[in-house]
Design a protein around this ligand. Structure first.
Ligand code: PEP
Length: 257
């Protein structure tokens, strides 16, 4: 039986400048080291602002930290006249492993369509990054279409044309649960997680479906993480607000303790 290594990921959004990021990563690393955290049993990743990534790379390399990191977005293009955009190649050169794609804040505030998300997923894979594909329904979607329909439709477009063995992570983030303090229930996360895994099986392959981590995101805290992690189709969490508090994030990472 293939075992999926759980992934706990922190999305910093537009918080912590490059100096703050150094202090934060050092303290987080000490905290996890003190607790003898086993990074092979629960992987940890952070998503700092672009301007922090060079500092984070330097610190992770110098201290040989087992901390993965990535960008919060990536351009669909490789290079050229795209003012303000960041190429996947640049992220890969900074040893980024992951990249968030299609976060609900990008979809709503920056007009990212499912097609743009799909183009970015392709760009990420082309540059050797693992896309963390964010999907989720709004409160209105939930009322109109139920819980799974919108995330399932979003994921189908995002995976179109990928190879059967593509390495992706899926983050199910109900928009109504993000930053609201009102998390989904573990049962809701499981229901949608199972539906999303079926999409991976159909769009990529059964092997990819067995290997793909499906994260839950939306008001995850140290007090509710264990309930989510007990579900067979929840393989980790994407954490926003709580990822900015070192003790709280470390407690989420150590949900098994
Ligand atoms: C997010 O924005 O990815 C998120 C899950 O935020 P929060 O944990 O603050 O709800």
């Amino acid at each position: 039986v293939l075992k999926r290594t759980p992934l706990i990921a922190g999305n910093w959004k537009m918080n912590l400048d490059h100096l703050q990021s150094i202090a934060f990563v050092q303290k987080l690393a000490w905290s996890l080291e003190d607790a003898k955290h086993d990074f092979d049993s629960v992987e940890v990743a952070i998503f700092p602002p672009f301007t922090d990534l060079r500092s984070v790379q330097t610190l992770v390399a110098a201290d040989k930290l087992s901390l993965a990191y990535g960008g919060q977005d990536v351009s669909a293009h490789d290079s050229g006249a795209y003012t303000g955009e960041i190429s996947g190649q640049f992220l890969a050169q900074l040893d980024a492993k992951y990249v968030l794609i299609g976060h609900s804040e990008r979809r709503t505030m920056h007009g990212e369509s499912d097609e743009i998300v799909a183009a970015k997923v392709n760009a990420a894979i082309k540059h050797g990054l693992v896309p963390v594909i964010c999907v989720g329904e709004t409160a209105e979607d939930l009322e109109k279409h139920g819980q799974s329909a919108v995330p399932v439709a979003q994921l189908k477009v995002a995976l179109e044309g990928l190879k059967a063995d593509a390495d992706v992570v899926v983050a199910y983030e109900p928009v109504w649960a993000i930053g609201s303090g009102q998390a989904a229930t573990p049962e809701q996360a499981e229901t949608v997680g199972a539906a999303l895994r079926a999409v991976v099986a159909e769009s990529l392959s059964a092997d990819a479906a067995a290997a793909t981590r499906i994260l839950y995101g939306g008001s995850v805290k140290s007090g509710n993480i264990a309930g989510f992690m007990r579900e067979p189709n929840v393989d980790g969490a994407l954490v926003g607000g709580a990822s900015l508090d070192i003790a709280e994030f470390a407690a989420i990472v150590r949900y098994q303790k």
